[in-house]
Design a protein around this ligand. Structure first.
Ligand SMILES: Nc1nc2c(ncn2[C@@H]2O[C@H](COP(=O)(O)OP(=O)(O)OP(=O)(O)O)[C@@H](O)[C@H]2O)c(=O)[nH]1
Length: 415
């Protein structure tokens, strides 16, 4: 529960408009997704209304006959809000709000709302607030009082609602402030990223469709190794933590925002900097809810977004999660994949091992001898490489060490 959660779920009517150029598959998947998104935002779906058109009505998005149908439905079902499965222009929103008594929101506002509930890092929260305000600004005038501020239910919640003022001037000032803070956070993050790169720290990013279980896996993978005194790890965003691999090497793991189909453009822009982490990653763990009937579309959606981000060449380990809920007989295929349940410790251990194996593929095998007197070097190898094997060679008086090291790793000089 969070402070924006209402105890009574709001009743929503969903409205979809299928254009002639849109396939049934895409349209109904997108509508199904809108249903899940509504539920994620703690609403219930009371009815779904659809219409086929050649193009959206420029004044009201859908035709007047459909609006009358919705007017009748909203009073019959006592709906609290009408959610349109698209992006309404400011004037469409105004006109629809005049005809309908329930609150009108669109897909973008719904998604922004979910992001507002879920944003965890300070940067994420500020970005959602900025995207909400920028979306709201042109839609302010002439809208009923419930729409003119955040915090009035689904589609209106946000991390900064207490600071918001109704009037545009205040919003513009706040937008300016948010942009400044975000620039500072971004440059701070860039500096850290550079330091991490220079230090050769390997980075893993968890990506996946919303609700796939990324955060659950992330927390379990990293719980043993949160913050260390080590400077490199000390002041990171809370969504990047240390992940210790079975042979002792520590890498950095980042949790990312959940992906959604047709992510509104304003949000892609807002989250671009957070998603930079994805581009910088050496390995992606693509988490898929294997128990979800739409898992194939989910996987496609995520791959499409990765492609758009320019991250499609990064090696991926596909993690089919929620094995405990898989349909009978479902066995995911794919060479670089595994099935787990994030709720089972033994599966998390298997994932950790598998992640280490994938990271080894990015490294170079080494076999070296370390002088017995050179203990410092040995401990350096343990912490900076995957040291698979070490044994003492009595004849030579050296340790034989075998393992995998980052490609640009500089082996320390022996005494
Ligand atoms: N039964 C079952 N539930 C799981 C498993 N993994 C995660 N869950 C649940 O699935 C829900 C979503 O998990 P999260 O970890 O929040 O998912 P996420 O991918 O981070 O979601 P976003 O924040 O939307 O990106 C939570 O209720 C988890 O408890 C699993 O292996 N089995």
């Amino acid at each position: 529960m969070n402070e924006y959660t209402k105890t009574e779920p709001e009743k929503a009517i969903l409205v979809g408009c299928q254009l002639s150029r849109q396939t049934d598959e895409h349209f109904f998947y997108s509508l199904d997704e809108l249903k899940s998104l509504t539920e994620t935002a703690q609403g219930t779906v009371a009815a779904v209304v659809t219409q086929k058109r050649d193009r959206y009505d420029s004044a009201t998005y859908i035709g007047s006959g459909k609006i009358e149908e919705i007017v009748a439905l909203e009073s019959e079902l006592e709906a609290d809000l009408i959610i349109f499965n698209g992006e309404l222009t400011p004037s469409q929103n105004r006109n629809l709000s005049r005809s309908l008594s329930a609150r009108v929101i669109d897909r973008t506002q719904l998604i922004l709302d979910i992001f507002a509930i879920r944003a965890r890092s300070r940067e994420g929260k500020l970005q959602v607030e900025l995207a909400q305000l920028e979306y709201m600004l042109p839609r302010l005038s002439g809208i009923g009082s419930t729409m003119s501020r955040l915090g009035a239910g689904i589609g209106t919640r946000g991390p900064g609602e207490t600071k918001l003022e109704k009037d545009r001037r205040h919003i513009r000032v706040r937008i300016h402030e948010l942009k400044r803070s975000l620039t500072q956070i971004a440059s701070h993050r860039d500096r850290h990223r550079d330091r991490r790169k220079t230090a050769g720290v390997i980075q893993v990013a968890l990506v996946g469709y919303t609700n796939a279980g990324k955060s659950t896996i992330f927390n379990r993978l990293t719980e043993a190794g949160t913050y260390e005194e080590n400077q490199l790890f000390a002041t990171l965003d809370p969504l990047t933590r240390k992940l210790k691999l079975p042979h002792g090497l520590s890498v950095l793991a980042s949790d990312t925002v959940g992906f959604i189909q047709d992510l509104p453009t304003s949000l892609i822009a807002a989250f671009r900097s957070t998603l930079e982490e994805v581009k910088e990653a050496d390995l992606l763990l693509h988490v898929i809810d294997g128990s979800h009937e739409d898992r194939v579309q989910h996987e496609r959606t995520v791959n499409k977004i990765l492609n758009e981000l320019g991250a499609s060449s990064i090696p991926v380990l596909t993690v089919f999660n929620k094995k405990d809920l898989f349909a009978e007989g479902f066995v995911p295929s794919g060479t670089s994949s595994l099935s787990i349940s994030a709720l089972h410790n033994e599966d998390i251990a298997i994932l950790r091992e598998r992640t280490e194996k994938e990271i080894m593929k990015l490294m170079e095998y080494y076999h070296i001898e370390v002088q017995a007197s050179d203990g410092k070097w040995l401990s350096e190898l343990k912490s900076a490489t995957i040291l698979m094997h070490q044994s003492f060679n009595e004849d030579k008086g050296v340790y034989e060490c075998k393992g995998y090291a980052p490609k640009d790793y500089h082996f320390p000089k022996s005494n």
